[in-house]
Design a binder for this molecule. Structure first.
Ligand code: PEP
Length: 258
């Protein structure tokens, strides 16, 4: 089984219009090197209105950053005002789609069933889902972390083949660590990521578990990335706030140089 290549993903959320997106990518173009792209896969998850611009920039400048989206609908087309179909993203060469981010679940009421439909739809359109899971502070304090994460992962991968699970990405993001400046300790993050991998093994077999990439997300910065990434079951990071600053995001991508 080849080693898992880490994936560092910048989730821009509802930030950076298409002009700002271009200037951020232009900085990253100079900051990141061929060695970085050999060591780490990198994706940026732009707002929908930026994606065409991001695609044009990355392809014309031959920058090895993958194009990402933050969400999509599960249907192919139809009367779903305000939604974006996965096929529309695939047409823009989107490679990775974040599915079931805690902000989608908590603010927009996305359920495990909807998240599972989205995961399936992303695969059906030739893209890779990044399935998010994670517990609230109350759940962590109530020792309900494992139950919450197991339920979300189970729902998200149940309908998938072992090969699909091997090819996907799971992001463990404790909700209390998102945008708060509070990072899970590298031991706690490792412990939950190892738990997720064990659940994947139970459900889809050892090969799928050994291959699936598991990211940690929650206040990742240039100063804590190396320690988190040194954990054996952490295969990358899903980065929110720090991804808006090209210098800081580059420091995270270059964690191995720290
Ligand atoms: C996120 O929203 O996925 C995230 C991890 O945000 P932040 O890095 O700002 O905590």
């Amino acid at each position: 089984m080849p080693a898992r290549k880490p994936l560092i993903s910048g989730n821009w959320k509802m930030n950076l219009n298409h002009f700002e997106a271009t200037s951020t990518l232009d900085k990253l173009r100079y900051l990141l090197t061929k060695d970085d792209y050999e060591a780490v896969d990198v994706s940026v998850h732009a707002p929908f209105t930026d994606i065409r611009t991001v695609q044009t920039f990355l392809e014309s400048e031959k920058v090895s950053i993958s194009i990402g989206a933050q969400n999509c609908h599960w249907e192919t087309n139809g009367a779903f005002t305000g939604e974006i179909a996965p096929g529309m993203l695939a047409k823009l060469n989107v490679a990775y789609v974040i599915v079931g981010h805690s902000e989608r679940r908590e603010i927009f009421g996305e359920t495990d069933i909807e998240v599972a439909r989205k995961v399936t739809a992303v695969f059906a359109n030739g893209m890779t889902p990044i399935l998010c899971c994670g517990e609230t502070l109350a759940e962590r304090e109530g020792e309900a972390t494992h139950g919450k994460v197991t339920g979300q992962v189970h729902a998200g991968i149940d309908a998938l083949s072992a090969e699909q699970v091997a090819a996907m990405v799971i992001a463990y993001e404790p909700i209390w660590a998102i945008g708060t400046g509070r990072t899970a300790s590298s031991e706690d993050a490792q412990q939950v990521c190892a738990w997720i991998r064990a659940k994947v093994a139970e459900m889809k077999g050892a090969d799928a578990a050994a291959a699936v990439r598991i990211q940690y997300g929650g206040s990742v910065k240039g100063t804590n990335a190396a320690e988190l990434m040194a954990q054996p079951d952490i295969d990358g990071a899903l980065v929110g706030g720090a991804a808006l600053d090209a210098d800081e995001f580059a420091r995270i991508v270059q964690y191995r140089l720290a």
